[in-house]
Design a protein around this ligand. Structure first.
Ligand SMILES: Cc1ncc(COP(=O)(O)O)c(C=O)c1O
Length: 443
């Protein structure tokens, strides 16, 4: 509807007069998936990448706040007035648990981050938005992103009017030849590549992790081409086997902005995340400050500061486990890995090809994280997902959501983080019934 066509008796304005992002599919995606899930509450949902709820316990919130308060008084020597101010008052824009986050990064990830380079944010989402807002100086700026990509990133870039150009993931997690080609192509078109976004560990949605060698080669390429890497890492700690170093741990040239979240290692209700942005930025007067300080300026106009209460809860959890989220999540990690094993075994039992024939259904096998991608011999779209929920009682996510509608047409993302073993079996039986029905239709 154009502005001229608005019937002013019944509506007040046309959506087309609002910012373009508001009618962008990237911003619709999460709402659509939640809306379908809410219409079919009895469906088993492989769609949600939420953390498991088994260990949620409200009394922990109180315990964590107490632990954080004791740390302020006993270790940092806060008076009662200072303690009250820390929790009740407006606070430091860059956050109050930055020292504890720096300890956690050193302990769990081998990252040595200056606490001053950390901005504590309202989840990954605010950190991502602040980063893209700062990078988008004018219309020549573009962001590269390994595709398929998390819709939270695509949406944040859209809000900041920063176009996103896809880089092929391939089976390795990033195709370096394509990355180099995209940089070249963008530059030839007169564009400025500001950064490349990716998830090196158990990516959402692909589940893929980069080998250590590929991480080194990516960093070399980024340094050669002088592009920043935006490393998103909410699932990296949920793994079996040896832990691979993050890009930030390997970064010796301040080429990486690390985007952290406690949504999965803490809990999403706290809404606490952060950015490590240690790049040194020169102002017009010659003074030098950290990129984190510029992100903090943006934050001061978005959320002023991250809730001190929420930070106290996360801080208390960190302190309880010696600042190790690996230790804090031992039970959760065991649950996620056992669910993943069950999902992969269950897929094999239901879909393995008879000896000598080619599989019609295939899937990848990550050794951690929340997600598995299944490739099917028929198109997989929102309509089929809705039908699957209605007719078969099972939900999953069409991969096309993560390609901005330009790929993944035969793929579904299955998440099993929030399910019980029994639900996984029921969900897979239902999914197999859907697949059998479709294959019957195709033969
Ligand atoms: C790829 C990715 N990044 C970050 C997050 C965490 O975001 P937030 O901290 O805003 O909840 C998620 C959560 O689903 C995610 O899948």
């Amino acid at each position: 509807m154009s502005v001229d066509e608005v019937d002013t008796a019944t509506v007040d304005l046309a959506a087309s007069t609002l910012h373009g992002s508001l009618v962008d599919p990237a911003l619709e995606s999460m709402n659509f998936l939640n809306e379908v899930a809410s219409r079919y509450p009895s469906a088993v949902s492989f769609a949600s990448g939420r953390p498991c709820e088994e260990f949620f316990d409200v009394s922990l919130i109180h315990q964590y706040i107490d632990t954080y308060c004791r740390y302020l008084t006993d270790e940092l020597g806060y008076s009662e007035a200072q303690l009250n101010r820390a929790l009740f008052q407006y606070g430091r824009t860059k956050g109050i648990v930055h020292e504890l986050i720096a300890r956690h990064l050193r302990m769990d990830e081998g990252i040595s981050a200056d606490p001053e380079s950390i901005v504590v944010t309202v989840g990954f989402q605010e950190a991502m938005f602040a980063v893209v807002r700062a990078l988008r100086a004018d219309e020549r700026d573009v962001l590269l992103a390994v595709s398929p990509a998390y819709v939270g990133m695509t949406g944040a870039a859209r809000l900041a009017d920063l176009p996103v150009c896809p880089v092929r993931s391939g089976e390795a997690g990033v195709d370096l030849d394509d990355l180099a080609a995209q940089v070249r192509r963008a530059r030839e078109a007169g564009l400025r590549v500001r950064a490349c976004y990716l998830m090196p560990d158990f990516a959402n949605p692909s589940g893929i992790s980069l080998t250590v060698d590929l991480r080194h080669r990516l960093l070399e390429l980024a340094a050669r081409e002088r592009i920043l890497l935006l490393e998103d890492n909410p699932y990296g700690l949920f793994h079996a086997g040896p832990h691979r170093p993050t890009l930030k741990a390997l970064d010796t040239t301040r080429q990486v902005i690390y985007l952290g979240s406690f949504a999965k290692t803490g809990f999403p209700g706290a809404r606490v995340g952060y950015a490590v942005a240690d790049q040194r930025v020169a102002a017009a007067d010659g003074s030098v400050s950290l990129r984190a300080d510029y992100l903090s300026r943006i934050k001061s106009m978005l959320t002023v500061n991250t809730s001190a209460i929420a930070q106290a809860v996360v801080g208390g959890k960190l302190l309880t486990y010696g600042c190790s989220m690996i230790r804090a999540n031992e039970r959760e990690t065991a649950t996620y890995l056992s669910n993943l094993r069950q999902l992969l075994d269950g897929l094999a039992r239901r879909f393995a090809a008879p000896a000598g024939s080619r599989a019609q259904v295939s899937w990848n096998a990550p050794n951690g994280g929340f997600f598995v991608v299944v490739t099917l011999p028929f198109p997989v779209d929102d309509e089929l997902m809705e039908y699957s929920a209605r007719r078969h009682g099972v939900l999953w996510t069409p991969m096309s959501h993560f390609y901005n509608g330009a790929g993944g047409l035969h793929q579904a993302r299955l998440a099993c983080s929030q399910l019980t073993g029994e639900q996984i079996e029921t969900g897979l039986d239902r999914f197999a019934a859907l697949v059998a029905e479709r294959l019957g239709g195709l033969s």
